[in-house]
Structure formats: structure tokens, C-alpha cells
Design a protein around this ligand. Sequence first.
Ligand code: SAM
Length: 268
Amino acid sequence: MERPAWVGPDIDLSRPSPARVYDVHLGGAHNFQVDREAARRIAEVMPDLPRILRANRAFLRRAVRFLVDQGVTQFLDLGSGIPTAGNVHEVAWSADPGCRIVYVDVDPVAVAHSRALLDGVDHATAVHADLRRPEEVLNHPETRRTLDFTRPVGVLMFAVLHFVPDEDDPAGIIRRYLDATVPGSYFALSHASLDGEAERAEEATEQFRSRVTDFSMRTRTEVGELLAGVELVEPGLVYLTEWRPEPGDEDPDPKRTSTFAAVGRKTG
Ligand SMILES: C[S@@+](CC[C@H](N)C(=O)[O-])C[C@H]1O[C@@H](n2cnc3c(N)ncnc32)[C@H](O)[C@@H]1O
């Protein structure tokens, strides 16, 4: 099997990873045959997936820009993925070059790429950690060096919580991150959902679980429950392309994005 120079010997190329499958759908170059095969099989049951992922990236761009407009200049991007064009630091720096960003991902390939991209930059960094262990992420020396938790932080979980099953208490995980932040901080998420389409949701979940990793489609109500600790900004919890679309982002059928999006202000 091919093993490019940028892939260390510790990286398992025999199993697909969510970050690389996502990269396939975005048309990126950081993936292997095993990822391309998984991506193809998943696209068979979710033919809209490439379009959904592009809509997710467009939401990321609008949400980060919105947060910078609210005065947020620090970001903790959990489940950040492989840094493709239009990543959080690029969006944030285009609005305010002083922004500070910590990328966190459990996939060593995603982290290796993020580090290569950020080499020599002192106010953005990549941490290899599991977001389900908030204390490890929050106390990581790179996190502490980069972010000042006495000032507002934007906690971002884009397209990642559907990889966290209910047993791991996703609502509790979000709470622990928000508890570490001061008032004026924000939380933004996007989350896969085939709300009202139980059969397709089950099929897509099965494809992901058998080919890539654990996967939890949640209904709109269930995603809403994850947002209990924040006060949602307008337009609330909506499909990706309905969240403050800009010219070119609109979609005649937002439900086809099969992904909910929201941004909220920390309460309490
Ligand atoms: C679909 S990608 C989303 C990437 C990026 N956030 C975006 O929206 O464009 C999901 C990412 O979450 C990462 N991930 C999944 N479970 C994770 C966990 N428990 N801790 C940290 N990262 C995780 C995967 O490795 C993958 O890179």
C-alpha cells in the first residue's frame, strides 16, 4: 500500500478514518484507497454527501466570521479535520489577523497536516487529543499557551458530535468546555441528521458504523438538547444553508443538507 512521506509509520492505512473520508468528499488529496472505497459506499446511501460537506464548510466560514464580528478572537476547534482551504484560521485571520486558534483532532493524519500547515505560526496550533476528554484538551500545554481562558473563546464542534455516541454524554462534554470559558464565549455546532427519515438514517448509520467508525444520527430535538447551555442566536437551530446564508450559499431544499447548524452564546 502507498505510504507517502508525510504519513508516519504509526498511522494505520488499513482502516478508513473519518477525517480522510471527509477529505475524499471535499476533493482533497490526503486520503488512501481504503478511505476512497469507504467514501464511495457511503455516497451510495447518501448521494448528497459531497454537497453537504461543502455546505458545512460554508457554514463554518459564516459562523467563524459572525463570531469575530461579536468580538471573539480565540477559537477551540474540536474535531477540526484535515486542513483544507477555508479552515478556521484562514477565515478568522481574514477578519482579524490577531485571532488565536487551537485545532484538536483524534486522527493523527489530520493533526500531522495541521501542524505542517501551521509550522512557524505562533498563534495557531494543533493538538492530538480526544474531545471526549475535555480536561486533557483544556489542560494541554499547547491549549494553555495559545488561548487565554480569562477572555471569550469560540468553542467549535463542526460535523463531529455525530461521532460521539450517547453513552459518552455529548451534552456533558459540551458543558465541560463551556464551564471552562467566561461569559461572552460562544458555542457553534453542525450535526448530521436525517430528521423524519428513520429508515435512511438507519441505513446511513449502518454504513458509517460498518465501514468507518461509530456514528449517531440525531433528530432535530436531540440536537437541540445538546444546546441546553447556550442561548441561540438568530435564526436558531436550522439546516446548514438556512443559517445566515450569503449570496451563493442559498439552497432551494435546505433539508437535503441533512445537517443542522446553530451558534449560541454561553449562558450563566
Ligand atoms: C467530518 S470531519 C469535520 C472536520 C471539520 N470540523 C469541518 O467541519 O470541516 C470530523 C473530524 O472529527 C474528528 N473526530 C472524530 N471523533 C473525534 C474525537 N472524539 N475527538 C477529536 N476529534 C474527533 C475526525 O477525526 C475528523 O477529523
